[in-house]
Design a protein around this ligand. Structure first.
Ligand SMILES: N[C@@H](CCC[C@H](N)C(=O)O)C(=O)O
Length: 289
């Protein structure tokens, strides 16, 4: 392995990521190394890590190489693997642009949740086609302390439980994952969104992310919230035949989500690279053992 390992740091509405470019998939990144890199005191710090690999060089993506040259090997900050990261894929596209792999315009990125189409606009916004939501049947309840709420089960490639609350403060400190029932609803854990109304087609959320804790934003979470809110509002585009657009305020900014009558969901928001540097290869190699 080369002794020079580049990294970058970026964020989308303050959902922040360590970015490790590794086109040929040559860097060993076990969960312990990912968790150490994402540690905010002893590492670089991030809610997650974007391992940038050519699809052809990654066993999970080589079948997608003809459709998408690059694979987002996304990891949560605790080192666990997730199917999809909506803010991550926008930041991933911004990295590819900065590195000269693409220019402004449209590109396809392979993820564990399938190939996502991304558009980089001149104004700095990045739009991603997030695919369709699945709404598995079954009642789910989410609790914080003495309070509990019914939650809508929405799958955006990854699992979400969306609870409408009176006040975002009722979500508490979110230092721990909010308990949910039945336990069988999410055998692999869940991302939990707490939502309040801000105005017509305008909501705000707080989120506890699986594998990361409370974060300042979650792209798949914002999409899950828009879908759940449209069903609550009687604005399901499949029923009304018109797109439903929601502005979703997150603690770190604002995302705009549109669901089309065919169920396809588009998300738009900023994506920023803030730093670039070099990792200490000895430190990383020690963690990878
Ligand atoms: N922050 C992400 C979601 C990352 C994955 C999630 N924590 C999970 O485990 O499913 C986003 O922007 O979508």
């Amino acid at each position: 392995m080369s002794t020079r390992i580049a990294f970058l740091k970026g964020h989308g509405t303050e959902n922040d990521f360590v970015i490790v470019p590794d086109p040929e998939n040559a860097i060993d990144l076990p969960p312990s190394a990912v968790a150490a890199l994402c540690d905010r005191r002893a590492g670089i710090g991030g809610d997650g890590l974007l391992h940038v690999v050519r699809s052809a060089a990654h066993p999970e993506a080589k079948d997608l190489a003809a459709e998408a040259e690059w694979f987002m090997d996304y990891r949560n900050g605790d080192g666990s693997i997730a199917e999809m990261c909506g803010n991550g894929v926008r930041v991933f596209a911004r990295y590819l642009q900065r590195a000269g792999h693409i220019t402004e315009g449209d590109l396809a990125i392979a993820t564990r949740g399938g190939v996502k189409r991304v558009h980089l606009a001149k104004n700095g916004d990045v739009t991603v086609g997030m695919g369709k939501a699945r709404l598995p049947e079954g009642d789910v309840t989410v609790s914080v302390g003495e309070r509990s709420w019914p939650a809508r089960n929405v799958n955006m490639g990854n699992p979400h439980a969306v609870a409408f609350v009176e006040d975002l403060a009722h979500a508490g400190s979110l230092h721990e994952a909010p308990p949910f029932s039945p336990a069988s609803a999410y055998p692999d854990g869940v991302n939990v969104e707490f939502v309040v109304d801000r105005g017509p087609r305008h909501v705000a959320l707080r989120v506890h992310e699986r594998g990361a804790g409370e974060t300042r934003s979650c792209g798949t979470g914002a999409c899950a919230v828009a879908v759940a809110t449209a069903r609550r509002d009687g604005a399901d585009p499949a029923v009304t035949g018109t797109p439903a657009t929601y502005t979703v305020d997150v603690p770190g900014g604002t995302l705009v989500i549109t669901e089309l009558p065919d169920g396809e969901i588009e998300m738009t928001g900023p994506a920023v690279i803030v730093a670039e540097g070099e990792l200490d290869a000895t430190w990383l190699t020690t963690l990878a053992r």
